[in-house]
Ligand binder design. Structure first.
Ligand code: SF4
Length: 416
C-alpha cells in the first residue's frame, strides 16, 4: 500500500463546552453546523430539514427563534431532533427566554442586535442556572454602533472588542459557558478577526464567512476563510453560510474537515482525472453518475474515475478503488491493482458493486477475489491503446511541426 500523509495541525487549546451531547472545543472533534431555512413554527418541515442536515454531516443545527410561534415550534422540535438545537436570537430578549423554556441546547446572541446590558445579563443568568451555553455571534454587518463609530467601521479590532464586551457582561453574572464567532463576509477581515480573538480568549471558536453567497463562489469564500484558520490550529466548530439548500452547507463542512484529515471519512470521496486527449469516455458524465450512485451512503472510501487505462490506474494508485476506461471496457482496480475488466456500459454499476463489497468484506478478501486474468487483459488493452494513439495523444508533435512550417513560410515571404 502506498504511504499516506496525514494532516497535523497543532490545534490551539480551548476549553471544552457541551452543546447538548456534542462537545465543542478542547480535544473534541471539530464539528459541522448549519441552519434551517424553514419557518421554525413549521415543526414537521423543520424536523425534515434537520434530519437531512444530519445525514449530510451536520453535528449541530441552528433554528431561528424570532417570534412566539417559533419558540413554540422549538418546544416540539427539540425532543425529536437527532442533533442539538441552537436558537438564533437577534433583537428580542423575550425570545431568548422563550427558547430556553423550549429546551434548546444553546443560544446564539448577536451583541450588535441585543444591546441592553440588563437584558444580556438576564439571559446569561438564565443560561448559567440551566447549564445552557451561548454563542456570542458577532457579525461585521450588524456591529454594535458605538464600536462602528469608535473604529470607523467593522475592523478586526472592533469585532474582537464586541465579543469581549459581551463576555465582560456575562462574567459580571458569573457565566462563561461560551463559544464565540466574529464573522464577516470579507475573508481577510474575518481571518484577521479570528486570529486576534484566538490570542485573547480560550473559549471555543465557531468559524464562518457570513453571507458568502451562492456556490461555487460562496463555497470558495467559506473555504478560504475557514481552511486558512483551521490550518493555523484555530477553530472548534464551523459553518458555511451559503445561499443554497442548507444541505450544501453541511456537505461542504463535512468535506472540508475530511479533506484536511480533521474528521474520519464517513462518506465516499470521489476523485476523477480532469480528462485529456487520451480519455476514452466522457469522464465528467461517468464521474457524475458514480457520485450520484455513491453519495450519502456509508462508503468511507476514496474512489477514482479515470479517463484512460494508459495512466489512470497508476495516477490513482493511492485511491482505495477506481475504474479506468480503455477500448470500450472498464478496468476496475483496488489500490492500483487491476481486479476485474468489465464492459464500458457497466463501469458505474461495477464500481458501486465493488465499493459495497469492499466495505462489507475488507481489502484483503476483495484482493483475494480478484479475477486472475484481469491484469493480463488490462495490460493488453493498455498496450493496444498506446499503439493506437502513441505516446502523443494530443498530437502535439504534429502541431509543433505545423507551427514551424508556418513560421518558416512567413520568414521566407518576408525575406523574399
Ligand atoms: S487518466 Fe488518462 S484521460 Fe485522464 S487525464 Fe490522465 S492521461 Fe488523460
Amino acid at each position: 500500500m502506498p504511504p499516506t500523509v496525514s494532516s497535523r495541525y497543532e490545534r490551539r487549546q480551548t476549553r471544552k463546552i457541551m452543546v447538548g451531547s456534542v462537545p465543542v472545543g478542547g480535544d473534541s472533534p471539530i464539528t459541522v453546523q448549519s441552519m434551517t431555512i424553514t419557518k421554525t413554527a413549521d415543526v414537521e418541515g423543520t424536523l425534515a430539514q434537520i434530519y437531512a442536515l444530519k445525514a449530510a454531516g451536520a453535528d449541530i443545527v441552528r433554528c431561528t427563534c424570532n417570534e412566539k410561534e417559533a419558540a413554540e415550534g422549538l418546544a416540539r422540535i427539540v425532543p425529536r431532533s437527532p442533533v442539538p438545537i441552537v436558537a438564533d436570537i437577534h433583537f428580542h430578549v423575550e425570545m431568548a427566554l422563550a427558547a430556553l423554556e423550549a429546551g434548546v441546547q444553546c443560544l446564539r446572541l448577536n451583541p450588535g442586535n441585543l444591546r441592553k446590558p440588563e437584558e444580556i445579563k438576564l439571559v446569561a443568568r438564565e443560561c448559567r442556572d440551566r447549564g445552557v451555553p451561548v454563542r456570542i455571534g458577532v457579525n461585521a454587518g450588524s456591529l454594535d454602533k458605538d464600536l462602528y463609530d469608535k473604529y470607523g467601521g467593522p475592523t478586526p479590532e472592533a469585532l474582537v472588542e464586541s465579543a469581549q464586551k459581551e463576555l465582560r457582561l456575562f462574567r459580571e453574572v458569573d457565566f462563561d459557558n461560551v463559544k464565540i464567532s466574529v464573522k464577516a463576509s470579507n475573508v481577510p477581515l474575518m481571518i484577521e478577526a479570528y486570529r486576534q480573538l484566538s490570542e485573547t480568549v480560550d473559549h471555543p471558536l465557531h468559524l464562518g464567512v457570513t453571507e458568502a453567497g451562492p456556490p461555487p463562489a460562496g463555497t470558495i469564500k467559506g473555504t478560504a476563510g475557514i481552511a486558512t484558520l483551521l490550518s493555523e490550529g484555530i477553530g472548534d466548530t464551523i459553518r458555511y453560510s451559503l445561499t443554497a439548500d442548507p444541505v450544501e452547507e453541511a456537505k461542504a463542512g463535512r468535506v472540508l474537515l475530511e479533506a484536511l484529515g480533521l474528521r474520519e471519512r464517513t462518506n465516499v470521496d470521489l476523485i476523477a482525472c480532469p480528462a485529456c486527449g487520451r480519455a476514452e469516455i466522457d469522464v465528467y458524465k461517468v464521474a457524475q453518475e458514480a457520485q450520484a450512485a455513491l453519495e450519502g451512503r456509508e462508503i468511507p472510501l476514496q474512489v477514482a474515475v479515470m479517463g484512460c487505462v494508459v495512466n489512470g490506474p497508476g495516477e490513482a494508485r493511492s485511491a482505495d478503488l477506481g475504474i479506468a476506461a480503455g477500448r470500450h471496457r472498464g478496468h476496475l482496480f483496488i489500490r492500483g491493482r487491476i481486479v476485474r475488466v468489465v464492459p464500458e456500459d457497466e463501469m458505474v454499476s461495477a464500481l458501486v458493486d465493488e465499493a459495497e463489497k469492499l466495505v462489507k468484506e475488507g481489502f484483503e478478501a476483495r484482493l483475494a477475489a480478484a479475477d486472475e486474468s484481469a491484469a493480463a487483459e488490462a495490460e493488453a488493452d493498455r498496450r493496444a491503446l498506446l499503439d493506437d494513439k502513441g505516446a502523443d495523444a494530443n498530437r502535439s508533435e504534429a502541431r509543433v511541426e505545423l507551427i514551424e512550417k508556418r513560421l518558416k513560410q512567413f520568414d521566407d515571404q518576408a525575406s523574399g
